[in-house]
Ligand binder design. Structure first.
Ligand code: MN3
Length: 198
């Protein structure tokens, strides 16, 4: 199955001022498109050519680094666009909120630890909420890696590569992560992935 670039689920200017039109144009049309195109070229002729994206990501990890990097980033960005929405943030659906409190202490503590994971990821990578062994955990990964290759299922991820925030926040990664949680997260989509991860 070849990779294809999904449309953004909202207009390019819909997340401003928390994420600008310019950032989304570069990030989606240039960066994500490049992962798709490069990934498709690298996928050709490999044993994963007819596998699902998730199987390509898990199968190529540790075996084919160039393919893994691009397939991982394609997976991550495909969900990243859906993990955000205009006027996001806000209330977390009940069952998910209850599980967050059980496993991570409180919603505030989850947010604090998620920001700390994103800030603490040296260089490029991602901050995550993932389900591992039946519990919601906070994770961080370098480059294109994601929880799938660490025995967990991602339910929320935030891209902390500089291309995701430098136009809008310059070097202020903590402010970007806080704005992501307070104004951008589409908790309904997080809940949907949580439902599938259990
Ligand atoms: Mn990115």
């Amino acid at each position: 199955m070849s990779f294809s670039l999904p449309e953004l689920p909202y207009p390019y200017d819909a997340l401003a001022p928390n994420m600008s039109k310019e950032t989304l144009e570069f990030h989606h049309d240039k960066h994500h498109a490049a992962y798709v195109n490069t990934g498709n070229n690298l996928l050709k002729g490999t044993e994963w050519e007819n596998k699902s994206l998730e199987e390509v990501v898990k199968g190529s990890y540790g075996k084919n680094a160039p393919l893994f990097n691009n397939a991982g980033q394609h997976y991550n960005h495909t969900h990243f666009w859906k993990w955000m929405k205009p006027k996001g943030g806000g209330a977390i659906p009940g069952a998910l909120e209850k599980k967050i409190k059980e496993d991570l202490g409180s919603v505030d503590k989850m947010k604090e630890d998620f920001v700390a994971a994103g800030v603490g990821q040296f260089g490029s990578g991602w901050a995550w909420l993932a389900v591992k062994d039946g519990k919601i955990v906070i994770m961080k990964t370098p480059n294109g890696e994601n929880p799938l290759v660490h025995g967990a299922k991602p339910i929320l991820g935030c891209d902390v590569w500089e291309h995701s925030y430098y136009i809008d926040y310059r070097n202020r990664r903590p402010d970007y992560l806080k704005a992501f949680l307070e104004h951008l997260v589409n908790w309904e989509y997080v809940e949907e992935m949580f439902g599938k991860a259990k």
